[in-house]
Ligand binder design. Structure first.
Ligand code: PGA
Length: 249
């Protein structure tokens, strides 16, 4: 394991939660005590202030699940990174496969969002990953390289400041996890691509996401290029999320 890279476990709540349910979840996270990794939850926009308030002075940070590529203007329904930064948002997920697939987000739009995030001092967690059809057609490498390359090209000398999450689309919410070896193979490719782009590549954190659960987290996190996880379903239960965090030890 690379000592320069402390593991990071990020919950992606997606479009789940209510004010009351979040109170219980956030309280359980907050009272967990010290964790062996960095940890954060990315919550729906209306609950950002609740997360900020409830997680203040705790070990757990918080973030958003998307942002606009624009800084302000006539973009009804959009949220700028400046607004997120305004009350202390630490992370923003960009390019999640659900946004790429359901909202038609292109590689370049994802890259522009990552650039907007860094410009406002918020760390983007940039998601890449292939669909099942792409994997079966042996296109995994080409797809993730294309997705990452758009971001590298746009961020240029700031490339080293992002976090990358490899999330094979076929493993998201399906209960079908990539094996540790499959995930490591793609992480190694991504790391090599980053090394060619930035001297900071070996300090960058590359997360794995897709059906990470308490019982498979340790074997994934033990891989040399897997520096933590992006956790969907299992982040909605405090006990599961915390046991995934502890699996990073
Ligand atoms: P999952 O989601 O853990 O429920 O598979 C991961 C994600 O979409 O970020």
């Amino acid at each position: 394991m690379n000592e320069a890279r402390r593991k990071l476990v990020v919950g992606n709540w997606k479009m789940h939660g209510t004010h009351a349910a979040n109170e219980a979840l956030l309280e359980a996270l907050k009272s967990a005590g010290p964790l062996p990794c960095d940890a954060a939850v990315c919550v729906p926009f209306p609950y950002l202030a609740q997360a900020a308030e409830r997680l203040a002075r705790s070990a757990i940070e918080w973030g958003a699940q998307d942002c606009s590529a624009h800084s302000q203007g006539a973009y009804t329904g959009e949220v700028s990174v400046g607004m997120l930064a305004d009350f202390g948002c630490r992370y923003v997920i960009v390019g999640h496969s659900e946004r790429r697939a359901l909202h038609g987000e292109s590689d370049q739009l994802v890259a522009d969002k990552a650039r907007a995030a860094l410009a406002s001092g918020v760390t983007p967690i940039v998601c890449v990953g292939e669909t099942l059809a792409e994997r079966e057609a042996d296109d995994t490498e080409a797809v993730v390289k294309r997705q990452l390359s758009a971001v590298i090209h746009t961020l240029a000398h700031c490339t080293g400041e992002m976090i990358v999450a490899y999330e094979p689309v076929w493993a998201i919410g399906t209960g079908r996890t990539a094996s540790p070896e499959q995930a490591q193979a793609v992480h190694a490719l991504l790391r090599a691509q980053l090394r060619a782009a930035t001297p900071q590549a070996d300090r960058m954190r590359l997360l794995y996401g897709g059906s990470v659960k308490p019982d498979n987290a340790a074997s994934l996190f033990a891989q040399p290029d897997i520096d933590g996880g992006l956790i969907g379903g299992a982040s909605l239960k405090a006990a599961d999320f915390l046991s995934i965090c502890r699996a990073s030890a």
